[in-house]
Write a protein that binds this ligand. Structure first.
Ligand code: FES
Length: 192
């Protein structure tokens, strides 16, 4: 989920499987069943100093609403957005329009810093992360385990019953859908 304003939700997704391909066939005015308000979210109250948002690919999407809320709270925000190539970049100007500093990294070097998000990421006092697992692990290592990380897992029920999305954390087994998706760096066991 990329943005939420009044009665409007903005979703950004990549068509990679049956579900998301079906979503490409939706037409304006079509009604959908949606289960929302599940799990937790990023904790804005812990933002201080240099606030850095690190996103990888479609994982940049939820950082937009976070950036909006942080800017509304008067925070200076740097968004480091990583993509495979320049054609995949989205919302760069939208982040700038919020007043965020935007740093781009692309794997092929077609825009911004050539390499990973970690190659473009400045030191942060507060760090918020969303993206593919290898990218988040690399950010976690660079940040020495600090920050808040929005995880994703394949989900069965989506509301805490099937346990299919469980991960091991420092506090024991946790469900990404109901106990997360956001976990603090201290909770994550990514040392291996
Ligand atoms: S998807 Fe069923 S408990 Fe998380």
């Amino acid at each position: 989920m990329c943005d939420a304003q009044e009665d409007r939700l903005t979703l950004v997704y990549k068509a990679v499987g049956r579900g998301t391909r079906l979503m490409t066939e939706l037409v304006p005015g079509q009604l959908l069943d949606a289960l929302t308000g599940l799990g937790n979210g990023f904790d804005l109250t812990r933002a201080r100093g240099e606030v850095v948002l690190a996103g990888g690919g479609v994982g940049c999407a939820p950082l937009f609403l976070l950036a909006r809320r942080l800017r509304e709270a008067g925070r200076k925000v740097t968004a480091v957005l990583g993509f495979n190539r320049a054609e995949e970049i989205f919302y760069e100007e939208a982040f700038r329009a919020l007043g965020a500093r935007v740093l781009i990294a692309t794997m092929d070097g077609s825009r911004g810093t050539k390499g990973f998000v970690t190659d473009a990421m400045p030191e942060a006092d507060s760090l918020y992360v969303c993206g593919p697992l290898p990218m988040m692990k690399a950010v976690w290592k660079k940040a020495r385990g600090a920050g808040q990380y929005s995880l994703e897992e394949r989900m069965g029920c989506g509301f805490g019953v099937c346990m299919g999305c469980s991960i091991q954390t420092a506090g024991g087994s946790r469900r990404v859908c109901a106990d997360g998706p956001v976990f603090t760096g201290e909770e994550l066991l990514w040392n291996d």
